[in-house]
Design a protein around this ligand. Structure first.
Ligand SMILES: Cc1cc2nc3c(=O)[nH]c(=O)nc-3n(C[C@H](O)[C@H](O)[C@H](O)COP(=O)(O)OP(=O)(O)OC[C@H]3O[C@@H](n4cnc5c(N)ncnc54)[C@H](O)[C@@H]3O)c2cc1C
Length: 439
């Protein structure tokens, strides 16, 4: 049964989660956050900060008190010379991107959308694509946070380095971030080249495509032998024309536009999905356009779906993908699989910790059954030591995740110190991190 919305009902973007917290607190400063936490401790309640609600997993579901951080009016401090930006944790990426651009700066990388908040995006390890580029959390240089006892602290590589290291991808388990310092780059433009290619060719040339393109990804249409490739190349100078003469292929066929119509048709006539996908894939037109980095990286998403995504060692991508291809033949999947890349980083719970990674994401149109498909997908990813995106759907528990993250126990030690009373716990964190040791 779908829960009925109440005046305080919170629903995530995917509309697969809907809850009514006991209390919602909209706050602006670290002192406000500390007061809410102290009050919650007195009442024996749990607290959860929420961003834009763009996680599919229940990571942001509040136990009792939900905190939202009001970013408008909070100071933003951007230093164009050093590239350091000190921003409110609740600032949405779309506002951040425009503020940076005006100061001559860009984010080093971005995912597909810019609706998330800064704190929400980094907390789950949000990433874009690029074999030599890391996820968003790798740009963090310092954090102001309120810990589980209500103490306001600042951490950085020099100041409480253990807390800093873990908190960059902190799953909302260590504290409520109030300000984030990001290392940005001089503003850059991107030129996008999108074209359909035989999947076999993409797989044969995969290393070349991933290694010679700044930001390479591809979408494979299940039930077809066609992939839609997207190559984003950084430009030293502003492009002559920034607008595409035609609507971008990926936007129309994979993210928005006609894709919604095809998803609806596939929902009504599941038997026709292979035919529909073949039509879509064979109509992918080459498209070239250029623009400010954030405009080319991201787009609005109007077609609603639920999603799972796993990071696997980059060298396993060919084999893993061929197994997932066989699997999709069993299911009437309309959404293409998305394949992306990232360079290794050193963040304890980052999905790319210590290994160059490839990501495979599987999506299912809203209202369609997804459990069996996602479970079968997960079983394949498990064979490659897959690490699920913390903000997307998966069924893994602490016992399996521990072996996939070499610094898992160090993260728990930091968590136990930062939040000894478990004020930031929720069901999801208890599942993926395990229950804290008694006492
Ligand atoms: C359409 C769509 C496209 C997406 N594209 C991508 C993509 O390209 N790449 C990718 O990697 N992911 C992608 N995602 C996933 C998304 O980036 C993550 O789930 C992200 O965490 C959502 O950010 P949010 O601001 O909505 O945070 P929420 O989902 O609201 O919260 C996420 C986590 O952050 C914590 N949190 C929020 N604010 C604070 C705070 N102030 N202090 C401490 N913790 C906090 C929450 O408690 C929770 O644990 C996509 C999701 C959607 C719906």
């Amino acid at each position: 049964m779908t829960p009925r919305p109440s005046p305080m009902c919170w629903t995530n973007w995917g509309r697969n989660l809907s809850v009514s917290p006991r209390r919602v607190e909209q706050v602006t400063s670290a002192h406000d956050v500390a007061a809410v936490i102290r009050d919650a401790i007195r009442r024996g309640q749990r607290v959860k900060a929420v961003g834009s609600g763009h996680s599919f997993s229940p990571i942001a579901v509040p136990g009792d008190v939900q905190i939202t951080l009001e970013a408008s009016g909070a100071p933003v401090d951007i230093d164009a010379e050093t590239g350091l930006a000190v921003v409110p944790a609740g600032l949405e990426l779309h506002r951040l991107n425009r503020l940076l651009w005006k100061s001559g700066l860009s984010m080093q990388n971005l995912g597909d959308i810019e609706a998330q908040t800064v704190a929400g995006a980094i907390s789950t390890g949000t990433h874009g694509t690029g074999a030599r580029k890391q996820g968003l959390a790798a740009q963090v240089r310092a954090l102001e946070m309120v810990l589980g006892g209500g103490d306001i602290v600042t951490c950085s590589p020099e100041q409480d380095p253990d807390l800093f290291s873990a908190a960059r991808v902190g799953l909302g388990a260590l504290g409520v971030m109030t300000r984030v310092t990001l290392q940005c780059e001089p503003a850059y433009y991107l030129e996008a080249a999108e074209e359909g290619m035989p999947l076999e060719e993409v797989l044969r040339r995969l290393d070349e495509l991933a290694d010679t393109t700044d930001h390479f990804e591809f979408f494979w249409f299940p039930h077809t032998s066609i992939a839609l490739t997207k190559r984003n190349t950084r430009l030293g100078n502003p492009p002559a024309a920034t607008r595409s003469p035609r609507r971008a292929s990926v936007d129309a066929l994979v993210e928005n536009g006609v894709h919604e119509l095809f998803c609806r048709a596939g929902r009504r006539l599941p038997g026709q999905v292979p035919k529909l996908n073949r039509w879509l894939a064979s109509n992918a037109w080459p498209s070239h356009y250029a623009g400010a980095s954030y405009e080319v990286f991201t787009s609005a998403r109007r077609v609603r779906f639920v999603e799972t995504e796993y990071a696997i060692p980059r060298e396993a991508i060919q084999e893993a993908l061929s197994r997932v291809r066989r699997l999709t033949e069993t299911y009437a999947v309309t959404f293409p699989l998305e394949v992306r890349f990232a360079a290794a980083d050193d963040i304890p719970l980052s999905t790319a910790f210590g290994r160059d990674s490839a990501y495979i994401a599987a999506h299912v149109y809203r209202g369609r059954p997804y459990q069996a498909y996602f479970e079968a997908f997960e079983a394949v990813m498990n064979d490659y030591g897959g690490r699920p995106h913390w903000g997307k759907m998966h069924n893994l528990t602490a016992s399996r995740l521990r072996s996939r993250y070499p610094l898992f126990d160090q993260f728990l030690a930091v968590r136990d110190k930062a939040d000894p009373a478990g004020v930031f716990r929720n069901h999801y964190l208890d599942r993926v991190l395990g229950l804290p040791a008694p006492g």
